[in-house]
Structures are given as structure tokens and as C-alpha cells.
Ligand binder design. Structure first.
Ligand SMILES: NC(=O)c1ccc[n+]([C@@H]2O[C@H](COP(=O)([O-])OP(=O)(O)OC[C@H]3O[C@@H](n4cnc5c(N)ncnc54)[C@H](OP(=O)(O)O)[C@@H]3O)[C@@H](O)[C@H]2O)c1
Length: 249
């Protein structure tokens, strides 16, 4: 079956920012693939929320994006159900807080597998199926800005720095095919991934770092992704867009 609607895959969209992006792209008219790692019931809830509130269709597909085999399966299942892929949001990541003295070979490998290897090879696997007008949207973090970084971000920031360099170079490589490549850098956004390992006091302190005086909400990030995924953004390419209430400039 080939969908007349544009089709988006959002990796890691059972929860948090990915969930908000999936809901927003569906509202914008996309049919959406909800990818997840283990949380099948949460992913199914997102599917139901989309189908009960819009004309768009959604499916949940389990798959570890750090595995090339599972990435290929995700692509083939999407094509089988919807017949096309137009926009991919590389959202899934491991948010890890470790200073250099805490990094182990295992944590290094897990962080780079999920945050760098996954978007790199998934992009390579997708390319044969993308047409002119496609949008590739990566998620980095405002922590890669000098003024935003706090302690214990050594390993996480190393992975997100790699993502940003992929975006810069891919934008040049794919521009000629009419495919845009951009990056969204959220500031601290209220999700499970953000809250893990932090006390309420720490969270309050971080919220106060933004001139707007609050944490981001997943919908704040989804709004920016919606613009990049739209036809209006055709001339926006290779950009790193910080969405953080002015916390990091
Ligand atoms: N929240 C923030 O403050 C913040 C700030 C800057 C940047 N970001 C970036 O924004 C993105 C989303 O962050 P978040 O806070 O929403 O994350 P989160 O709450 O930790 O949610 C992670 C999502 O990714 C999925 N996932 C994890 N590993 C996966 C894998 N190997 N394959 C497929 N799916 C996988 C999870 O699926 P399950 O539900 O199945 O586990 C879940 O849906 C990340 O790229 C993060 O680095 C977040």
C-alpha cells in the first residue's frame, strides 16, 4: 500500500520528546511509525492517541536502532504498511550522566551504540528509499553549547558532538538530492530521561537556569521539529537549532 500522506518514522517515540514529536507530526498530517525499545504498552497508547484524534494512521514497531538488522526491519515494515518514508526523526538516545572518571568501556560502547552508531547506520540504510523533499532531523542537546554544559556530561556530550558533525557533513552530501538534514538541540526538558538520577532540588535549579524560568516541555521541542518537517523549511539545511528558552546561547 502506498500512502498519499507523508510518512514519518520517529525513533524512541513511546515516551518523552519522541512521543510529543509523533503526536505533533500526526496532527500535521503525517502517517507515523512509533518506534520503541521495550515499552510496548506506552507505544500502543501513542498509536491510539493519534488514531483517536486525527485522520493520520500510526503503527508501533519494536526495534533497537543500535542494531543494523533491527533498523533494516523497521524500514521494511514501514514500507510494507505505508509504502514510503519521507521524514525520519532520530530521537532515541541514552541520556547518560558520567564524568570521565566514571566512564567504563561498557558505558562508552552503549552510549556510542545508541547515540551515534544508530543514527549513522540507520541513515545509510534509509537513503535508497528517500525522495527529494525528504527531511532528516537529528536530536542533539543544548549541552553541546559551552554556556549550557554542567558537570557529568563528558560521555553524553561526546556522542552528541558526533551527531552534530554528522548533520553538518550530511547536509552537504544530501542537499543535491533535495533531502534536508537538520538538528534540534533541546534544553532541559521534562521527561523520564531528564529526571533519572536527579533530585527535585537539582531539577529546580536547572529549571531556573533559563531566562524563561522553567523546564522545557516535550511539546516545546515538537513544535520546532514540526517546522523542520514541513514544506516551509525547504531552505533550512545543515542547521543546529537550539530550543531551550535561552538557557544556552
Ligand atoms: N530530556 C531532555 O532534557 C533532553 C535534552 C537535550 C536533548 N535530549 C534528547 O532528546 C531525545 C529524547 O530524549 P527524552 O528525554 O525524551 O528521552 P527518554 O525519556 O529517555 O525516552 C527515550 C525513548 O527512546 C527509546 N529508546 C531508547 N533506546 C532505544 C533504542 N536503542 N532503540 C529504540 N528506541 C530506544 C525509549 O523506548 P522505551 O520506552 O521502549 O524504553 C524511549 O521511547 C534524545 O535524543 C535526547 O538525547 C533530551
Amino acid at each position: 500500500m502506498s500512502s498519499t500522506r507523508r510518512v514519518a518514522i520517529v525513533t524512541g517515540s513511546s515516551r518523552g520528546i519522541g512521543r510529543a514529536i509523533a503526536l505533533r507530526l500526526a496532527k500535521d498530517g503525517y502517517n507515523v511509525v512509533i518506534n520503541y525499545l521495550s515499552n510496548a504498552s506506552k507505544a500502543q497508547e501513542v498509536v491510539e492517541a493519534i488514531q483517536s484524534s486525527s485522520e493520520s494512521k500510526a503503527i508501533a514497531l519494536k526495534g533497537d536502532v543500535g542494531s543494523l538488522a533491527e533498523g533494516e526491519k523497521l524500514i521494511q515494515e514501514t514500507l510494507k504498511v505505508f509504502g514510503r518514508i519521507d521524514t525520519v526523526v532520530f530521537n532515541a538516545a541514552w541520556i547518560v550522566y558520567q564524568a570521565i572518571h566514571d566512564v567504563t568501556e561498557e558505558s562508552y560502547e552503549e552510549a556510542f551504540r545508541t547515540n551515534v552508531k544508530a543514527p549513522l547506520f540507520f541513515t545509510k540504510q534509509l537513503l535508497p528509499y528517500l525522495q527529494s523533499g525528504s527531511r532528516l532531523i537529528y536530536l542533539s542537546s543544548s549541552l553541546t553549547s559551552v554556556s549550557g554544559v554542567g558537570p557529568n556530561n563528558f560521555l553524553y556530550c561526546a556522542t552528541k558532538g558526533a551527531v552534530e558533525q554528522m548533520v553538518r557533513t550530511l547536509a552537504k552530501d544530501l542537499g543535491g538530492k533535495g533531502i534536508t538534514v537538520n538538528c534540534i538541540n533541546p534544553g532541559p526538558t521534562d521527561t523520564d530521561g531528564f529526571r533519572t538520577g536527579k533530585t527535585e532540588e537539582q531539577i529546580k535549579f536547572i529549571a531556573g537556569l533559563s531566562p524563561v524560568g522553567r523546564l522545557g516541555q516535550p511539546d516545546d521541542i515538537a513544535g520546532a521539529v514540526s517546522f523542520i518537517a514541513s514544506e516551509s523549511s525547504a531552505w533550512v539545511n545543515g542547521q543546529i537549532l537550539r530550543v531551550n528558552g535561552g538557557m544556552a546561547l
